[in-house]
Design a protein around this ligand. Structure first.
Ligand code: GDP
Length: 533
């Protein structure tokens, strides 16, 4: 027994589960590839679901993915490195950015933010960052593309602090950028790692390391670069926040690293520090208090549902984050929301280039389980005598809206059934006009591709053709005040009042500044970007 328990502890202790967030093209895929290269999970860079064709092979699940050559949903990559078992949650960007991207962050214990050194903080990073802040998870910054001309390093840090409101603590410091990029200085060891091209990162870096006082360093990077480095370090030591693990854990201080994912420079250093500065899976809040990940009893929550993996069946895969204990194939669990025991069949885990059936998995891991239509996002499953449920997953503000109705009025019933079902899966959100008595449905999505998914699925699964009229709104907020008189809210000319499926009132605007105007006109009105059910 003791032996089993210590194995459980050992397995969970070595887990690290994180998401990578970035704006498209900052280098998330490239960095992930390099991580896998170090983990030995792939042999050559370029084999992680690259763009269209490679992805195609990986996830041939949904018809729409095939048509478009993109992956609609995010997946998980697992690999071992330095005695740790690492789960990377992929957060889709580009057009396939959706509410799932946000939900994926609910399953991560920390986040790595990849920033393009020439661009600084960009729109999508900002959005994803907000969710990390809401969860108070540690956020690590990797400033990428230092082999290209980058913004001034101090300006980059200011940009992060001002745009995102998080303090930064550079763990290393770049020496130049672009064609003058000479390497990075490690502030802790006071050693410089010089930049060497690694044939576009196809082999592990063969950087050289020197003490800052080493005469050979002068020869390696040149007098001028060394002078600038010394000046900048002095400035930095006087100005930057000191490293504080407690603040990192609380998501208040972001350790910053510089490198070049493409040329594989600074990646391993980053990975090592990152693993040392993050912890194994932490306890999670439930309605029965904190749940200890090391508990013998298994528990997990569902953070994503992927429909129609197999075009011939309407089956779905529910993605579960294991929060405590150990999962074994075929195990019986209690599904709290349904109040029933169920057997988890076909558990799957996503790998770099494949899905495979898992026999066992531990707290920190993500499993995909076959869902005959019983799971909803946020559901809890568990073994053990004590029944509890984890806090639900928030609903995130959609950014695109359309008025939707069925083409054939005779098909209203099917249309409503389909659209409600798809909304329940969390692929779209549906709203109704406030107090107009109109039957029309307003659909809100985080990423525009979800409109195509909706159209396709209603047609394919429910045989309903729909008409869609795009609406100009981009901003939506839930009203957090209890018992507010919605009729009395004075809005701007571009504002619209709607209600969600649960009858809660929401406000929609075309312009962002109208949100502030509305708040000014209605004293005490509390508006929220997320809705915690
Ligand atoms: P993602 O959209 O964030 O996943 O970005 P990718 O990893 O696909 O990278 C976008 C583009 O930037 C690709 O053409 C990469 O080869 C390139 N790239 C990624 N990292 C670097 C880097 O460190 N230096 C340079 N010069 N290019 C990079």
């Amino acid at each position: 027994m003791r032996c089993i328990l210590s194995k459980l502890r050992e397995e969970i202790e070595k887990r690290r589960t994180f998401a990578i967030i970035s704006h498209p093209d900052a280098g998330k895929t490239t960095l992930t590839e390099k991580f896998l290269l170090y983990g030995g999970a792939i042999n050559t860079a370029g084999s992680v679901k690259g763009k269209a064709t490679a992805r195609h092979a990986v996830s041939d699940w949904m018809e729409i993915e095939k048509q478009r050559g993109i992956s609609v949903t995010s997946s998980v990559l697992q690999f071992n490195y330095a005695g740790r078992c690492i789960n990377i949650l992929d957060t889709p960007g580009h057009q396939d950015f959706s509410e799932d991207t946000y939900r994926t962050l609910m399953a991560a214990d920390s986040a790595v933010m990849v920033i393009d050194g020439s661009k600084g903080v960009e729109a999508q990073t900002r959005k994803l960052f907000k969710v990390c802040v809401m969860r108070h998870i540690p956020i690590f910054t990797f400033i990428n593309k230092m082999d290209r001309d980058a913004m001034d390093t101090f300006e980059l840090l200011d940009d992060i602090e001002n745009e995102l409101g998080i303090a930064t603590c550079p763990i290393n410091w770049p020496i130049g950028s672009g064609k003058d990029f000479k390497g990075v200085f490690d502030r802790d060891t006071k050693r410089v790692m010089t930049f060497a091209d690694t044939m576009k990162g196809t082999k592990e870096g063969s950087e050289e390391e020197f003490d800052i006082g080493d005469a050979k360093l002068r020869a390696a990077i040149g007098e001028e670069a060394l002078g600038i480095l010394e000046e900048e370090i002095e400035l930095l030591d006087g100005a930057a926040a000191a490293f504080d693990q407690g603040k990192v854990d609380a998501g208040q201080l972001s350790p910053v690293f510089f490198g070049s994912a493409l040329t594989n420079f600074g990646v391993e250093t980053f990975l090592k520090h990152f693993l040392d500065m993050t912890s194994s899976p932490l306890p999670r809040e439930s309605d029965a208090g904190l749940i200890d990940p090391f508990s013998e009893d298994f528990s997990a929550f569902c953070f994503k549902i992927q429909a129609n993996m197999n075009a011939r069946h309407r089956d779905r895969i529910a993605f579960m984050r294991i929060t405590s204990g150990k999962f074994t194939a075929g195990m019986e669990v209690f599904h709290v929301q349904e109040g029933k025991n169920i057997r988890l069949s076909q558990p799957q885990q996503m790998m770099a280039d494949d899905r495979h059936i898992v026999d066992e998995a531990y707290a920190g891991d993500i499993i995909g389980v076959f869902d005959p239509g019983i799971f909803s996002i946020g559901d809890t499953i568990l073994t053990g005598k004590e029944h509890f449920s984890f806090h639900g997953i928030p609903t995130f503000a959609p950014e695109h809206f359309a008025r939707v109705c069925q083409v054939d009025t005779m098909k209203r019933k099917q249309f409503m059934k389909g659209i409600n079902q798809i909304a329940q899966e969390g692929a779209i959100q549906i709203f109704r006009e406030y107090n107009t008595g109109m039957e029309e449905i307003i659909v809100g999505v985080v990423g525009v591709l979800q409109f195509d998914v909706l159209k396709f699925r209603l047609n394919n699964e429910y045989k309903v053709e729909i008409k869609m009229e795009n609406l100009p709104y981009e901003y939506i907020r839930w009203i957090s005040n209890e018992g507010v008189d919605v009729d009395a809210i004075v809005g701007t000319s571009d504002m619209k009042k709607v209600t969600d499926l649960k009858g809660r009132p929401l406000l929609l605007w075309v312009n962002e500044w109208s949100i502030r105007m509305t708040q000014e006109r209605n004293e005490g009105l509390e508006l929220a970007e997320f809705s915690q059910d």
